[in-house]
Design a binder for this molecule. Structure first.
Ligand SMILES: [Cu+2]
Length: 645
């Protein structure tokens, strides 16, 4: 089979027929499809519209859902791919109406419910029309056998690479941010493991789950990037025990790729793409074993980048950024073209749930008034967790931030109260994403308050909380005061492009590795299962429930990443703006390029270090994953297995 056509930067790979093969930077990214000019067919995912008005996703209250054969409220989501396109959608029925945009699922703490995922990607499954008792339990998909190839990697350590072909045929369900047991939303399960191609997930929202904004999306290894980037992503919202703001004054604002995908700049030529890819693979394949380098795991030395700065007549900027090399995909807000428009009622406090629902693109957000002055975001919640830690009144305290870095899957809930006729603009701002990429300025959303002066005003009384009073700052202070109670771990991000070898095609490989001990070796994500078990038997990391660890997230690559771990939030010591924050996904910035006189085309990279505090005192025992949430990377191996015992 031809290598599949993959979308630039997002890395999304489709079988789209009208494809323009283009490339990305320093050979980091694969061939790419530009499907923008493909005519949009109205398949299961509905017609493509290009409105600018924000159309919020349908709210689905789980307690209002039909009851399944075992007496629990159930939502059935059938996964479709539009023929020939790069669009995926959840098709579901709600109060007799069929929808094809992922709903906003509202739940309450302590609530039980079931979500059935039915895989209709390649053929119709009967899973939507049989009682839930007729659906057999899903099992994990074993990865097909593949030979281990050895290469020379980071700090001269050996790489065990096993090639895995990404395919978007399988699907499953992950509740991003869910703090209950991993067994309830086991991402190792596969809909393709049952004859019916369907799985039923039975969920209990923990009583301790913070009230806030979360996400659900597929997590089948090798398929997640295409599917999420193609539209399979929605929010689940834990409503507080008593509402502080009426539902009508809350807005779910999903930043997603505009579909079908269009790029916001001209892509580079195919020839330059091939040159970069070839140069990178040739370089990696020619590296000779050397003695392992002595290193401090928590302050590793600079090391050569794995992709050249120059190939095919194109030179990348020495800063690692280049505004004319990598085009970004266009963004939509709830499917509306940008700048999208949202009208809000004046004099009523609004809650904006800002969600980065892209598969691979971090976004740096700002909000401005009509004069262009940057205003602070009044942030009450980040990644689902109230900044104050007050679970009963999650909207009562806010921190003020002039800019907000949202990695893929990061969320922030923001309060906004506007005078009649006032307007605001939320934009994404330029920043260096490395790998030849620079994110550009885009106005994403224009918010206008109406002039209805008759309506009843409703201003939520919320007060500012100083950062030092937040639970994140308090945990950080405790960790600093008790260094002997903490275990440190170095977690390193690396990436390569390997040449063709025998039957194995040339390919990109991404790793996330515990490099604390000098006997580490980078290896592909490859879960192994004992007969009858649904959790892998080969964890990369084993931790004790009750322990607290500090992980040094070491980015030894020349592009940024996004770290995420399942079943828990954690505290980042310093977020993008320098403050401690409770999050479940963090931006891991690109390292710093340094000249290497031995080979100017392969400069050194001084890794960036991002420290996060993982508090395992309340994490349920079980086996789950940590990974890069740029899903192009995750699907190609940047994922590890952790067991909490
Ligand atoms: Cu990554």
């Amino acid at each position: 089979m031809e290598p599949r056509n993959c979308h630039i930067k997002t890395g999304r790979c489709t079988f789209a027929t009208l494809a323009l093969m283009i490339l990305c930077t320093a050979g980091l990214m694969p061939y790419t499809t530009l499907a923008a000019s493909a005519p949009a067919a109205a398949g299961a995912c509905g017609p493509v519209t290009h409105s600018r008005d924000v159309d919020a996703p349908q709210a689905v209250d789980m307690w209002d859902a039909p009851v399944d054969a075992s007496g629990e409220h159930e939502l059935i989501l059938a996964v479709h791919q539009d023929e020939g396109g790069d669009r995926f959608c959840y098709v579901y029925r709600w109060h007799g109406v069929v929808h094809s945009v992922a709903p906003a699922i509202h739940v309450r703490r302590g609530e039980h419910f079931a979500i059935r995922i039915v895989n209709d990607i390649n053929s119709q499954s009967p899973g939507e029309s049989v009682p839930s008792t007729a659906i057999p339990p899903c099992k994990p998909m074993r990865m097909t056998q593949a030979p281990v190839q050895h290469w020379i990697g980071y700090l001269n350590h050996v790489i065990d690479d096993r090639y895995f072909e990404v395919m978007d045929v399988d699907t499953n369900l992950h509740l991003h941010g869910f703090e209950g047991p991993a067994s309830e939303e086991n991402v190792f399960l596969s809909t393709l493991s049952t004859p019916m191609h369907a799985c039923e997930y039975r969920i209990t929202i923990p009583l301790t789950q913070p009230p806030g904004t979360y996400l659900y999306h597929p997590h089948a290894h090798g398929a997640a990037d295409d599917e999420l980037g193609g539209g399979l992503v929605g929010v689940w919202i834990v409503d507080p025990d008593s509402p502080q703001i009426p539902r009508a004054d809350q807005h779910v604002l999903l930043l997603r790729y505009r579909l079908p995908i269009a790029l916001d700049m001209q892509p580079p030529s195919q020839a330059s793409v091939k040159s970069f890819a070839l140069a990178a693979a040739t370089h990696a394949g020619a590296l000779k074993p050397g003695s392992a380098v002595h290193y401090d795991p928590f302050n590793p030395p600079a090391w050569p980048i794995t992709h050249p700065l120059r190939a095919g007549g194109i030179a990348l900027s020495r800063s690692g950024c280049n505004s004319n090399i990598i085009p970004e995909p266009d963004i939509s807000v709830d499917g509306a073209d940008t700048p999208a428009t949202l009208e809000i009622p004046a004099n009523r406090t609004q809650l904006l749930r800002l969600v980065n629902a892209t598969s691979d693109s971090s976004k740096l957000l700002r909000i401005r008034d009509v004069l262009g002055h940057v205003l602070p975001f009044r942030i009450v919640e980040r990644d689902g967790v109230p900044v104050s830690g007050d679970m009963q009144h999650p909207l009562s305290r806010y921190i003020a931030m002039k800019e907000l870095m949202l990695s893929p899957m990061s969320r922030a809930a923001v309060l906004l109260t506007a005078a009649p006729g006032a307007t605001f603009t939320i934009s994404s701002e330029p920043f260096c994403a490395g790998g030849g990429t620079i994110e550009l300025h885009h106005d994403l959303l224009q918010i206008t308050a109406d002039s209805d002066t008759q309506r009843q005003a409703h201003r939520l009384h919320a007060t500012h909380i100083t950062v030092s009073d937040t639970p994140a700052a308090k945990l950080l202070a405790w960790v600093r005061a008790n260094p002997k109670r903490i275990r440190r771990r170095a977690i390193t991000f690396t990436q390569y492009r390997f040449p063709e070898r025998g039957k194995i095609p040339g390919h990109l490989a991404f790793y996330i590795t515990d490099t604390t001990n000098p006997d580490f070796h980078e290896h592909s994500f490859w879960p192994d299962y004992r007969p009858g078990e649904t959790e892998p038997s080969n964890p990369d990391i084993v931790v004790k429930q009750g322990s607290i660890e500090v992980w040094y997230l070491i980015n030894a690559t020349d592009e940024n990443h996004a770290f995420h771990i399942h079943q828990m939030a954690f505290v980042q010591e310093k977020d993008y703006t320098g403050i401690p924050a409770t999050l479940d996904t963090v931006f891991v910035p690109v390292g710093r390029l340094l000249p290497d006189p031995r080979d100017p085309n392969y400069p050194l990279i001084k890794p960036s270090i991002t420290r996060v505090i993982l508090d395992f005192r309340h994490v349920p025992r079980g086996t789950f994953v940590f990974h890069c949430h740029m899903l192009f990377h995750e699907d190609r191996g940047m994922m590890g297995i952790i067991r909490v015992e």
